[in-house]
Design a protein. Structure first.
Ligand SMILES: [Zn+2]
Length: 338
């Protein structure tokens, strides 16, 4: 079985964006705007139409069986609005993912976004995680390490601020993909420097603090191939050696996905990072949608790169399925997808 652990609902029907645009206009006019959750009017057929020509078509064409599916990452935009508007928006987005997974239970498994308002206690995120996992069968969450949207002026991931969320994740036995959202800082391009910088930053925060050792069961996926981490493996290993950080022990908690869009990048990832710590992912339909003229393949058809890599069959099995099942144990529970 081939499990793609990184897919977002980037093709939502128009009613979703319209609801969010109205909410954004309201908070722009009045930053203290609370509003109400209301409803997003989207028909099941619209959901089907939005997926069948896109994620589902590509899933089938490219030979993946199941996508672990979450709300569009760049739309989380935790820097927009306040704790009330973020809560309602997150709830709607997660309920939409639940509908997708109910419509296509063998194709998708649900992962949630969290409200994560800057400057506000993490409690509402803990509550939303619990609601999604226990009430709706979600199997993981996306955690934004920089809810400010590119200013990095909140507490780092090792800070006690985050601990109630890490504790709840351990209790529920769900992992997080550490994934930023849109940048509102013009110095950072959202799906380029912001995403890859955040991946590297999250890893560095975990390595330099060693805080994950306090949470035996805490599991993170660092997306986009781990940002700069695999390429600079020796730098991180060497710094850890100089400073007494637990470089090897961190691999009990961290996995890198395969959202790297060229063969040599994937080859480096697979060569450098232990195979037990790599999980298959494509992030389609996502940031890069074209075809590489040098190869004739879609850049984000990452299965081709794994297939063409020098991994043996047993190692490919780990990357395509077994590692992901270890990271997402709820995938095998009855409310998940078998
Ligand atoms: Zn993503």
């Amino acid at each position: 079985m081939i499990i793609d652990c990184h897919g977002h609902y980037t093709t939502t029907p128009p009613g979703v964006g319209e609801w969010r645009d109205a909410q954004k206009s309201a908070v722009e006019a009045d930053p203290a705007f609370v509003g109400e959750k209301g409803s997003i009017r989207v028909a099941d057929d619209e959901i089907r139409d939005s997926l069948e020509g896109a994620q589902l078509k590509l899933q089938s064409e490219r030979g993946a069986d199941l996508t672990i599916f979450s709300p569009r990452a760049s739309w989380m935009a935790h820097h927009v609005g306040n704790e009330h508007t973020s809560k309602y928006w997150s709830q709607h987005q997660n309920e939409l993912i639940k509908r997708v997974c109910d419509l296509y239970p063998t194709n998708f498994a649900p992962v949630c976004q969290l409200p994560q308002s800057p400057g506000v206690a993490i409690d509402s995120s803990v509550a939303e995680l619990e609601r999604c996992v226990e009430g709706m069968g979600f199997i993981g969450c996306n955690v934004n390490p920089d809810p400010s949207g590119g200013h990095w002026n909140g507490p780092p991931l090792w800070d006690r601020y985050w601990w109630p969320l890490w504790e709840k994740m351990c209790e529920l036995d769900v992992p997080a993909m550490i994934h930023v959202s849109a940048s509102c800082n013009d110095n950072l391009f959202t799906t380029g420097s912001h995403y890859l910088g955040a991946d590297t930053t999250a890893y560095m925060q975990a390595l330099s603090s060693g805080f994950m050792n306090d949470f035996e069961n805490l599991r993170w996926i660092i997306p986009h191939g781990g940002g700069a981490v695999p390429y600079h493996w020796g730098r991180f290993k060497g710094m850890a050696q100089d400073k007494g950080w637990d470089f090897a022990g961190l691999l009990d908690h961290i996995w890198f996905d395969t959202c790297v869009y060229h063969q040599r990048g994937i080859d480096l990832l697979l060569d450098v990072v232990p195979t037990a710590n790599v999980v298959f992912a494509s992030e389609m339909v996502g940031a890069v949608r074209g075809i590489d003229p040098d190869t004739g393949h879609y850049y984000d058809d990452t299965k081709v790169y794994i297939d063409n890599s020098s991994l043996d069959a047993a190692s490919k099995q780990l990357v395509f399925e077994d590692n992901t099942r270890r990271v997402f144990p709820r995938l095998s529970l009855p409310q998940g997808v078998q």
